[in-house]
Every structure is written in structure tokens, then in C-alpha cells.
Design a protein around this ligand. Structure first.
Ligand code: TXA
Ligand code: MG
Length: 355
């Protein structure tokens, strides 16, 4: 399949032509990848079963993993979801448009193929101007997972989407202003107490300010709390993962210990002819002896780490390293999302150098 690649520019007239083209693709049941403020999405008309099924095929995604439906105005909530209560409206008021996805009881209009057979639906109103304009102009609800091949890091640059999706989908809208860099926070409000299913840029504290008590899915916290020593066998599944095995390294006694450990492991691997990649904050990046060192964020700026995380993981693939080591980051604010993704990318391989 030929994939149209259209670059958004400052010329609004040209951009309108891009949206028109994307509209006709979506309306005829095709797939369009587009930027959002979190990561790139791979969109299809959410209410057309066959269109949604194409998403699973293009990504190689298991069909029981449900998709997020993207909307352009709050009224859409009433069309897609049952029981749009005060909590949903408050969340919409405070965080939409933006990086928050709500899980609500679904209406029957939402096809089962979108929700993986669940009786709930995930809904998000993105803030990225290209995403908004696309959804508005197309006049459809847009089902969109992240636009990566299933299991790979989500795309945060146009070249990532082109790499994964060229030849597999109808159109890619390219625009390099994806600036959050990790996927939206998912909060389930279909039950009594709201529960965070995936951490993101919108934090638990921010949600609690609006909703009162909010729980975090123990699967997220569990892996963080137990992750101090190498991996529980049952928890080894990889996601957001680069080709090379990634190991997370942390220490209670400061970064020097981490640097020392990683450099020791690096030399051992290099002696056997292996190439090593290291991902570290800018403060310590200069201390590593690895073949490829990618600075990501800084110790006191979790948002910066979020923005560059996936691009770094993909760069290691391009550089063909055999093993990757990454320093654990603070779980403050969006740092929790960064650690959650790193732990998954590492398949729960975490070394505490004190053990
Ligand atoms: O930032 C984002 O959310 C990006 C952009 C494109 O909007 N989208 C995204 O979609 O990350 P995806 O498909 O990669 O991740 C959606 C997650 C999956 O983990 C899926 O299992 C979960 O949302 N999900 C979707 N519907 C759900 C539901 N009804 N109940 C529980 N989880 C659900
Ligand atoms: Mg994804």
C-alpha cells in the first residue's frame, strides 16, 4: 500500500488540504496516523467495525486490547458513554482538552471490536491542534492507539511513525510537536472509586484535587515497590521495548554507585565484543564508558525525561547495541509514568546495586 506522508506547515491553506484528504481517508474506512500532545496516534473511524479492525492488523496488536476513542467536544461523551456523571464532567472541565483518558460504561453504539468486548469505553479529547482539527473536520470519532508496531516504544517523532507504519496505512500526518512524550493518564471512573490504570502527565495529586479519593491500580505500584531486586518471574512481559535487553539500575546511595556498576558491566560485555548503550540524565551522562550514551532529561526535570524517553529507546535500536542500561528516575510527577514505562521496557529487570 502507498502511504501518503503529509507535513503540516505554517501555511494554513495547505494544512486544510491535508485535513480534507485525511477526512476522506477516515470516512472511507482507512487509517491515518496523526500527532497528539502525548504520542502519535493511529486513527480510524471509531464507529465502523471494519475500520477499527484494520488498526489491529497494521499494528500487529492482539484484538482483546481495547482502543481509546478521541473526541473534539464534551457533548460526544453523551453519545459514547452511559452514566456521564459529575465526576466525568469535572474531569473534562479541568483536564480536557489534554492528556487524560477516562474509562466509562459504554453505549451500544461503540463496537465491541473497539473495546475488546468490555462493557466500558476509553475516551480522550486531545489538545494538540492537529489532532483537534482532524477530528473536528473529519466529523467522526477517532479510535486511536499509539501509532507503533505492537510492543515497540510509542512514536514521538514523525520518523518513528514512518519507520513503523509506511506501507501499512493510508496516510501519515507528520508534525514534530509531540511534546509530552508518554501516553495519557488513564483513569477508570466506571466504578465507585476512580482508579488510575496508567500513569501519565496528569498526576494522582491533580486528579485527587478534582475528584477526592483516587486509587492506583496495584499492578503499577506493585511493580515499583517490588522492583528493587531483580524481577519476579511471573512479571516478565515486555512492552515499549527496544530490541536489546534493557536493564534498569538504581541505588539508595547516590548516582556514583550506579555509574560504577554500569561501567563495570559495560567493560565485561565489551571484553566479549558486545556493544553497550546507556541512558542517563545529563548530570551523569558524561561519566559512562559505553559505546552509545544518550542523555535523557535531568535529575530535577521529569518532564524532560518523558519527552525524550521513547526517542532514546528507538535510537539504541538504530545504533545496534547488544545491551542497554538505564538509570532509574524519580517517580515524582510525570516521573511515575517514566518509571512505569521503563520497568515495562526492561521486562522488570531492575538491579539495586546495594543488593
Ligand atoms: O496518549 C494516549 O493515550 C495515546 C494517544 C494516541 O492518544 N493513545 C494510546 O493508546 O496510548 P494505546 O492503545 O496505545 O493505549 C490504550 C490503553 C491500553 O493499555 C488499553 O488496554 C487501555 O488503554 N484501554 C482502552 N480501553 C480500555 C477500557 N475500556 N478499559 C481499560 N483499559 C482500556
Ligand atoms: Mg500503545
Amino acid at each position: 500500500m502507498d502511504t501518503i506522508i503529509a507535513y503540516v506547515t505554517d501555511n494554513e491553506e495547505d494544512n486544510i488540504k491535508i485535513y480534507e484528504q485525511a477526512k476522506s481517508v477516515l470516512r472511507s474506512g482507512g487509517l491515518v496516523a496523526f500527532p497528539t500532545e502525548t504520542v502519535y496516534g493511529l486513527g480510524a473511524d471509531a464507529l465502523t467495525e471494519e475500520a477499527a479492525l484494520k488498526i489491529y492488523a497494521a499494528k500487529g496488536r492482539p484484538s482483546d486490547n481495547p482502543l481509546i476513542v478521541h473526541i473534539a467536544n464534551v457533548d460526544a461523551l453523551y453519545e459514547l458513554a452511559e452514566q456521564v456523571d459529575e465526576r466525568a464532567l469535572k474531569l473534562a472541565e479541568h483536564f480536557w482538552p489534554g492528556p487524560l483518558t477516562m474509562i466509562l460504561k459504554k453505549k451500544s453504539i461503540v463496537p465491541d471490536s473497539i473495546t475488546g468486548g468490555l462493557d466500558t469505553v476509553a475516551i480522550r479529547m486531545p489538545s494538540h491542534p492537529v489532532a483537534r482539527k482532524l477530528i473536528e473536520m473529519a466529523g467522526v470519532y477517532v479510535a486511536a492507539p499509539s501509532a507503533n508496531t505492537s510492543g515497540k516504544p510509542s512514536p514521538t517523532r514523525a520518523k518513528h511513525v514512518i519507520h513503523d507504519m509506511q506501507g501499512r496505512i493510508d496516510m501519515i500526518i507528520a508534525d514534530d510537536t509531540v511534546d509530552i512524550g508518554v501516553e495519557s493518564t488513564i483513569v477508570d471512573i466506571s466504578g465507585e472509586i476512580p482508579m488510575i490504570l496508567r500513569p501519565g502527565y496528569v498526576t494522582k495529586a491533580q486528579l485527587e484535587n478534582v475528584l477526592g479519593e483516587v486509587e492506583i491500580d496495584p499492578a503499577i505500584m506493585g511493580s515499583l515497590a517490588e522492583g528493587v531486586t531483580p524481577k519476579a518471574p511471573g512479571m516478565k512481559y515486555r512492552h515499549y521495548a527496544p530490541e536489546a535487553q534493557l536493564t534498569l539500575v538504581e541505588s539508595r546511595n547516590g548516582a556514583e554507585k550506579v555509574v560504577e556498576y554500569i561501567n563495570k558491566m559495560t567493560r565485561e560485555h565489551q571484553d566479549k565484543g558486545k556493544r553497550i548503550g546507556v541512558m542517563a540524565p545529563k548530570e551523569t551522562a558524561g561519566m559512562y564508558v559505553a559505546d552509545v550514551v544518550i542523555p535523557v532529561g535531568s535529575r530535577d526535570d521529569e518532564a524532560l525525561a518523558a519527552r525524550d524517553l521513547y526517542a532514546a529507546l528507538r535510537e539504541f535500536d538504530e545504533c545496534k547495541v547488544d545491551y542497554i542500561y538505564a538509570e532509574s528516575v524519580s517517580t515524582k510527577d510525570v516521573g511515575l509514568a517514566v518509571m512505569n514505562r521503563l520497568i515495562k521496557a526492561a521486562g522488570h529487570t531492575i538491579i539495586d546495586v546495594e543488593d
